[in-house]
Design a protein around this ligand. Structure first.
Ligand code: SF4
Ligand code: SF4
Length: 366
């Protein structure tokens, strides 16, 4: 049976995180002298410690243990755009230097095309060779809500190994929530983390993965299954496990069982849902019959940088000089919200939806 450890960690003070990560890794045997790849979540060029990305103290705590174990350490990711700058700002350079780890931009490595014979929709994928060549992968996501996938944690974090622009291609290839979720599961079937350590010391709720709000959660989660950790994350944040499409499909496809060995107490720390997540019952019935929230621009925040246009997998955005979205082309993947460095894009509900949204907000913490 797979397990999930729930470890209290009330701040990013290094000694606190070290202690929690030591407990996390205690039962996971890593052979000496082997190569370990650490995959944090570097969503974009955000400053060190910002709630959107994995806190470097968690990566440092892992490196400390691996270094003592004489492992060769590689830390790497590919953010949605400008990974070089994301790496510069993340605080990981200092960590890598301290522990003699190699810090790599996965976009600038060799790629190989991998077949996925058992993939339900993704039959092949271009992956960084370095990730496939290592002995162990430690997946280090941040616990966040996500407008498209509802939750970004163990499963979704592995999408980061896809080189930058290829991510857009996969959004285009899997344009619906269901297909995108299946694509993530197919990807997780060929690049399998051996262990997952979730930075849930301060998570993000609401309009994640980039425009939500900080949610102090005080936890490090650890598991030998990225599927199991996502189920337990839902229990903690007070959501129905199956409201997250990757969880629903993983359960249906028996990639994980509902029964998980839980080590620790499951606290209830309700997270606000992204507005794209349907609510149950009569509200859901009503919500499905009124227009959806519209992607809208705060003109005063927009610097006309064009990142949203470049990040749109459907070519649905033109700059005139502010971004304008062609709603006929838009697949509502929310990549534009994700890549905007100024958080200038947001979801605006139509008037008819505002009242329902008000009720939903009241219910979001139930
Ligand atoms: S909306 Fe954001 S990403 Fe798009 S042009 Fe404006 S600032 Fe840049
Ligand atoms: S406009 Fe935004 S939400 Fe629509 S397809 Fe482009 S990136 Fe996705």
């Amino acid at each position: 049976m797979v397990y999930v450890k729930i470890i209290p960690c009330d701040s990013y003070k290094q000694s606190n995180v070290d202690k929690a990560v030591r407990i996390a890794l205690k039962d996971f045997e890593i052979k000496k002298n082997k190569t370990v790849f650490i995959k944090p979540n570097l969503l974009g060029a955000y400053r060190k410690g910002f709630i959107v990305i994995t806190n470097p103290s968690v990566v440092e705590a892992i490196c400390k243990i691996l270094s003592k174990n004489k492992n060769k350490i590689i830390i790497g990711d590919s953010s949605f755009q400008n990974t070089e700058l994301a790496i510069q700002k993340s605080g990981l350079k200092e960590v890598a230097k301290k522990y003699n780890a190699k810090l790599i931009n996965l976009e600038r490595t060799e790629f190989i095309n991998i077949k996925i014979p058992k993939g339900k929709i993704l039959k092949e994928v271009l992956l960084p060779k370095v990730v496939l060549d290592v002995d162990y992968i430690i997946n280090v996501p941040k616990l966040k809500t996500h407008s498209l996938m509802k939750l970004t944690c163990g499963i979704k974090n592995m999408f980061g190994i896809i080189p930058g622009v290829k991510k857009q291609g996969l959004h285009n290839f899997a344009p619906t929530e269901e297909k995108f979720a299946q694509m993530l599961l197919d990807l997780n079937s060929v690049v399998k983390p051996n262990f997952t350590i979730v930075d849930a010391v301060i998570g993000m709720e609401g309009e994640g993965p980039a425009a939500g709000e900080a949610r102090p959660t005080g936890l490090i989660l650890a598991s030998d299954s990225q599927f199991a950790v996502d189920l337990i994350a839902c229990d903690i944040i007070g959501w129905d496990r199956k409201s997250v499409p990757t969880n629903r499909l993983a359960l249906e496809q028996k990639l994980v069982d509902e029964k998980i060995d839980i080590i620790g107490r499951v606290p209830k720390i309700p997270y606000k849902k992204p507005s794209s997540l349907p609510v149950k019952g009569i509200l859901n019935f009503v919500m499905n019959r009124i227009p959806q929230s519209r992607i809208t621009l705060y003109n005063e925040k927009c610097i006309k940088c064009g990142a949203c246009r470049r990040g749109c997998p459907m070519g649905a955005i033109t700059l005139k000089p502010y971004p304008v979205i062609d709603t006929k082309k838009c697949i509502r993947c929310f990549c534009c919200l994700e890549v905007c460095p100024e958080h200038a894009l947001y979801l605006k509900p139509p008037v008819s939806r505002k009242f329902i949204d008000w009720i939903r907000k009241k219910m979001a913490r139930i």
